[in-house]
Design a protein around this ligand. Sequence first.
Ligand code: CU
Length: 116
Amino acid sequence: MSSTRRVFMMTVAVATLGIGMVRRALADDPVRVKLTLKDHRFTPDELRVPAGQPIEITVDNQDDKPEEFESKALKVEKVISGNRSATVKVAPLKAGRYPFEGEYNSKTARGVLIAE
Ligand SMILES: [Cu+2]
């Protein structure tokens, strides 16, 4: 193999590797969504996210009282102090509906995450 051809092949190999890494970074990047909790209600109370990608849900608790963000379907549970926010990570989901609630006020603090 000529040295010119060898350099060319190496350049192609490095470029291909580079593209592969960028693709992987994009696929692994979490989809970030935000929920606001106020007067013990979530806004929005219905969230749509892509299936098959990790999700990060930030819950901004604008009430003075603590709340526990909980979803058995998503296997998350997190206490958030009053006037604080917290972020929970969710592994890539299959398409479907995943209800969540504020456990301390579950009559009003309810919502659903829809993966599609
Ligand atoms: Cu709980």
